[in-house]
Design a protein around this ligand. Structure first.
Ligand code: FE
Ligand code: CA
Length: 521
């Protein structure tokens, strides 16, 4: 070998070895797994995706440089983007990297390194170009992962589904954490009391994110995330906490900030310096010409629930005759500005319009309903006011908009109620001859407990537009979408107390394009 080549070979060998020596030295000095909270990606577009991590363990420095790499292959031999991003102490040493110029509809692999350690690699994906013909989208919806209520075998199934078909996208629809102090009889415990401060919320996210099955689900595909109430305070509405505490805006600002620090959302979403820490989290994305996806914020702009009890805010279960406020037309769950934005965003040009939002949209009365159409609502029945039944005028506006705009392939996706519901949405839930405007799939919880199946069975008889209702199993929903049909697989775990539990199919449904009615598959 000529001397020059030998020198070059030696240099290359040293270059390959040095990072390893570097790693070993730091690993001895500090054994804290710096990437112990995992990595994540999300908010994909056709040319970018957000990469997230947060450095764990005690860090003295106010700022740490985090290296990131994006590769076109799993072995990281073809790096397509790389750089460094500062992780700041006042952002809990989190980073939100948004590389641009990626190719549309491509799988990528990404990883981070900092403080002498390297993260595991994650896999992510860009959206297709807006004008691309797309044969298929595999996605899932999930919500409500209360730590103490169970282990998260559902996440393993999301990553290793028996079909072997990887998820292109995961929609997380709220209750990523629960703010409560620990409940008795849990399978694991919240270490501190209720989260109310920035430090408290950060610690809660760190606890949840320590779960290896959740980490694997984040590392498998990009997520689109929205929040519900428990990321802040049970049943809060806008700037009003459940306890009507005047200091609630400061609590909400802390909770929103911690949410931003821990979610794979764009750096530009960072909470604004306003009372309550305003953030714009609703959005839309075209998955080529196949589907328009919109996602909604059901908490930040909502009017308070009507007819709260006992000098508090929050939800109640009411009869309309006891709560005329229920039907006030000005009341809104999304706030009028977001409502308008979402209504106008439905696409006549896409065969499918997916609406990801937090909760069950179908009317769900727990007492018999006698319709009085001219009253603009229901004269009888019994309704839970935190969900859409607490905002019937806003729901009517949405369903009417779907009808008037003849929105093709409208599918409403939700969570929150800790039960699987499959339903058809009509402009008038009391009249199944009224136009059918959307199919609804509301997913059960990843782990949060629910009410008894006997109560659901009784309610199903009173709500014939709800085709399927199961509160007795935990899990998530998985979908395969093609131009011709939407296939839904309701994945449920056999035992939510067991991280190694088997996961199976509770039911399957199909919605044919242009039909809007979920049929058992
Ligand atoms: Fe929940
Ligand atoms: Ca909720």
């Amino acid at each position: 070998m000529p001397a020059l080549n030998r020198r070059r070979a030696l240099r290359q060998m040293l270059a390959a070895t040095l990072p390893l020596l570097h790693f070993v030295r730091h690993a001895r000095a500090d054994d804290t797994p710096r990437f112990g909270l995992g990595i994540a990606s999300g908010s994909p577009t056709a040319d970018s995706v957000v990469l997230w991590t947060r450095l764990a363990g005690p860090i003295e420095a106010p700022e740490v440089s985090v290296r990131w790499e994006v590769a076109a292959d799993e072995a990281f031999t073809r790096i397509v983007a790389q750089g460094s991003e500062p992780a700041h102490a006042d952002e809990a040493h989190s980073v939100h990297v948004q590389p641009r110029g990626l190719q549309p509809a491509r799988w990528y692999w990404y990883r981070f390194s900092a403080l002498g350690q390297r993260s595991a690699a994650g896999r992510t994906r860009t959206a297709p170009a807006a004008d691309a013909a797309v044969p298929r989208l595999d996605f899932a919806i999930a919500s409500c992962q209360r730590w103490e209520h169970g282990h998260w075998a559902a996440w393993r199934d999301a990553v290793q589904h028996p079909s072997g078909q990887p998820l292109d996208l995961l929609l997380f629809l709220g209750d990523y954490i629960y703010e409560y102090a620990s409940a008795p009889f849990g399978v694991r415990t919240h270490a501190q009391g209720a989260a109310t401060t920035l430090e408290g919320y950060r610690a809660r996210y760190a606890l949840y994110k320590s779960d290896p099955l959740l980490q694997a689900a984040h590392a498998a595909c990009p997520w689109v995330v929205i929040w519900d109430d428990h990321e802040v305070d049970n049943d809060y509405a806008g700037l009003q906490g459940q306890g009507l505490d005047p200091a609630f805006p400061a609590r909400r600002a802390a909770a929103y900030r911690a949410w931003w620090e821990h979610m794979p959302v764009p750096p530009a979403l960072r909470p604004r310096d306003e009372p309550g820490g305003a953030m714009t989290i609703h959005g839309r994305l075209d998955w080529g010409r196949l589907a328009r996806l919109q996602w909604a914020d059901g908490r930040q702009y909502r009017d308070p629930q009507p007819c709260s009890r006992g000098g508090r805010g929050g939800s109640a279960t009411v009869r309309p005759s006891d709560c005329p406020e229920l039907f006030e037309p000005a009341r809104s769950l999304w706030g009028r500005a977001q409502e308008r934005w979402l209504h106008e965003g439905f696409s006549p040009a896409h065969p499918w319009n997916l609406l990801a939002q937090t909760t069950l949209m179908s009317r769900f009365s727990t007492e018999a309903v006698v319709p009085v159409p001219e009253a603009g609502g229901h004269a009888t029945g019994r309704y839970w006011t935190d969900g859409w039944d607490g905002y019937p005028a806003a729901r009517r506006r949405l369903l009417q908009a779907l009808h008037e705009r003849q929105v093709p392939g409208a599918v409403v996706l939700g969570g929150d109620v800790h039960a699987n519901y499959v339903a058809e949405l009509h402009t008038d839930a009391d009249d199944l001859r009224s136009p059918r405007v959307a199919a609804e799939f509301c997913s059960t919880s990843i782990s949060s407990r629910s009410w008894p199946q006997s109560a659901v069975d009784a309610a199903l008889k009173l709500n014939p537009h709800v085709l399927h209702g199961r509160s007795d199993q935990r899990g998530y929903m998985r979908f395969a979408l093609t131009p011709a049909r939407l296939e839904a697989d309701l994945r449920t775990v056999a035992d939510a107390r067991d991280a190694g539990s088997a996961v199976g199919s509770q039911a399957r449904f199909v919605v044919e394009a242009g039909q809007g009615r979920p049929l058992p598959a």
